[in-house]
Design a protein around this ligand. Structure first.
Ligand code: ATP
Ligand code: MG
Ligand code: MG
Length: 549
């Protein structure tokens, strides 16, 4: 990999190792909430956590942050594991915050015993009002002066299920005058009579993020707990709980979350696109989800390269989607076999080529890859080319076909257009050409030099395929930051389906997940919707950078 200077987290880790902190041990974790499919923002966090551990001889835990029973599901647990594996990482342990519910409960009891937590029956509105504002100190609610014994009793009864949802909460006894609002007696537990996807009905009280996360890190002895910038104001609370409990001192570090143009990075919003049918599912190739990118044809290496290139920042920024496209192009240019497919076919008849003759041409699979071999491409007197490669009245510098113009057919011959036919509505139906027998590719003795080379398929040998062309999911750069419903900014043309593209016969052996360069058209992958009768291709990316311009 490329030489680069250390990012700020690597610097911290190297200092810790040099100082012998935690015996020089590095243990990170990736802590998804299983309430949706992972997106490319999570990929950044995964790459960061796993690569840091790899680089410093450490390990990474996968911990499901499953403290909110209502929105969580095993479907999401499974998809998250699949996505991490696909990215190429192996976690040391698969863990669940819900496995710590008993331990977290005991931690809460310890804090009550130290008079550092209390049960409050004030309503959310009363609690909010009593908290004050950053400039106005908070005031205690009546419950704050309750005795330790009464708090222990009430908290035990909360657990037993004696109260309804929202009737009581457990709060930390923090500092009601703190300029940091998170320290003004934050909630630790709430009552929720809900079925949990792992613990079932064992619990009706659930810990809040702030009380679960740091303690879970500590239980696992995580050395570097890396999260996004919005958690900076939570860090004093993270440290406070650990200090008061006297448990392993995990430490939180924050980096800038990934934001990407023309898409959104929020499971809460992505789930709306799925549930309301704006896309075909979590793995719709237009989605910024890891499963969507995978189906679209992105490779694990391209996603990892993207995450490495964007680096680790301390300030929020907006990354252009075209950087991810650059990464996949870099890779596929070297690895993807070249093939010919015509997306918008128009017929060409070669008038001086025998009607009953079929020539089998040898086509190189990939000029960028040594030993990639050749394949057989049949050539005959009736072909299809792209409609856009012909102009009835050729523009200046149009080096393709038009009356009198000559062009090279890739791997084959130079042909010159003589005439053409149109239908009643003026569409070109057939182009008539002559070919130059002595201009055969690899053995050209014609002495002719033509500027353009175009792709084609032989009419009798081509197969039909469906091709799906994708564009940005949203038509504005920052749909999440616009006023109004983000869904009103969906790009209505984000999917264009070409029902009857024509592909060269060698392609019919392709399997779901295979990737190709369709000459001049971009990189494509075979979609899982393919059937033996008809292949379906997704365009991964065009050949040239057409985005962000
Ligand atoms: P969302 O708002 O999409 O639900 P989240 O942060 O609530 O995201 P989690 O499942 O809690 O989702 O995230 C797991 C980990 O991934 C966290 O450590 C979180 O900080 C990180 N993460 C989430 N989104 C991004 C992002 N856009 N860029 C970098 N890291 C992210
Ligand atoms: Mg979260
Ligand atoms: Mg979330």
């Amino acid at each position: 990999s490329e030489e680069r200077s250390l990012n700020f987290i690597e610097q911290i880790i190297e200092e810790d190792i040099a100082a012998g902190t935690h015996g020089g041990r590095v243990l990170t974790r990736f802590p998804p909430e299983p309430n949706g499919y992972l997106h490319i923002g999570h990929a950044k966090s995964i790459c960061l956590n796993f690569s840091l551990a790899q680089k410093y001889g450490g390990k990474t835990n996968l911990r499901f942050d499953d403290t909110n029973p209502v929105k969580e599901d095993v479907e999401y647990v499974d998809s998250i594991k699949e996505d991490i594996k696909w990215l190429g990482f192996e976690w040391a342990q698969e863990l669940y915050a819900s496995d710590y519910f008993e331990q977290l409960y005991q931690f809460a009891v310890q804090l009550i015993e130290k008079d550092l937590a209390y049960v409050d029956e004030a309503t959310p509105e009363q609690i909010a009002a009593a908290k004050g504002s950053p400039t106005v100190p908070g005031t205690p609610t009546p419950a704050r002066s309750r005795s330790i014994a009464d708090n222990l009793d009430l908290f035990a009864r909360m657990r037993k299920g004696e109260f309804k949802d929202g009737e009581k909460v457990l709060r930390a006894k923090g500092d009601l005058a703190s300029p940091n609002m998170h320290l003004r007696d934050p909630l630790m537990y709430r009552i929720k009579h809900a079925h949990h996807h792992r613990t079932g009905d064992a619990w009706c009280i659930y810990p809040m993020y702030d009380f679960a996360h740091g303690q879970s890190d500590s239980i696992e002895q995580i050395t570097h707990s890396i999260c996004t910038l919005e958690f900076i104001p939570h860090r004093p609370l993270y440290d406070w709980f650990i200090a008061q409990l006297g448990i392993f001192p995990s430490h939180q570090y924050e980096f800038a979350r990934l934001n990407m143009s023309y898409t959104i990075m929020s499971k809460r919003k992505l789930i709306q696109l799925v549930q309301e049918g704006h896309v075909r599912g979590w793995d719709d190739p237009r989605m910024p989800t890891i499963s969507g990118l995978r189906r679209r044809g992105f490779t694990p290496a391209s996603v990892r390269m993207f995450c490495e290139r964007i680096g680790v920042q301390k300030r929020d920024n907006l990354i252009d989607f075209s950087l991810l496209e650059f990464c996949i192009r870099e890779e596929l240019n070297k690895t993807a076999p070249r093939v010919m497919a015509v997306l918008d076919p128009v017929k060409v008849v070669i008038t001086n080529y025998p009607a009953d003759k079929v020539e089998i041409l040898q086509a190189e699979n990939n000029p960028e890859e040594e030993n990639s071999g050749t394949r057989e491409v049949p050539f005959s007197n009736t072909l299809y080319i792209e409609r856009e490669d012909f102009m009835e009245v050729p523009a200046k510098k149009f080096f393709r076909l038009g009356p009198g113009l000559a062009v090279r057919l890739k791997y084959a011959y130079v042909v010159q257009c003589e005439t053409f036919e149109k239908d009643a509505s003026g569409n070109i139906t057939t182009i008539f050409c002559r070919y130059l027998p002595e201009s055969k590719s690899g053995n050209d003795t014609s002495g002719l030099s033509v500027k353009g080379t175009i792709h084609w398929v032989s009419a009798a040998h081509a197969h039909q395929a469906e091709v799906r062309l994708y564009d940005r999911l949203f038509s504005v750069a920052e749909p999440g930051n616009e006023e109004g419903d983000f869904k009103s900014f969906l790009n209505p043309d984000s999917l264009q389906v070409v029902e009857n593209a024509l592909i060269e016969p060698a392609l019919t052996k392709a399997r779901a997940g295979d990737r190709f360069q369709f000459l001049r058209k971009g990189y494509f992958t075979v979609d899982v919707d393919s059937s033996p009768e008809k292949l379906v291709f997704n365009r991964i990316v065009t050949l040239k950078d057409t985005w962000a311009k």
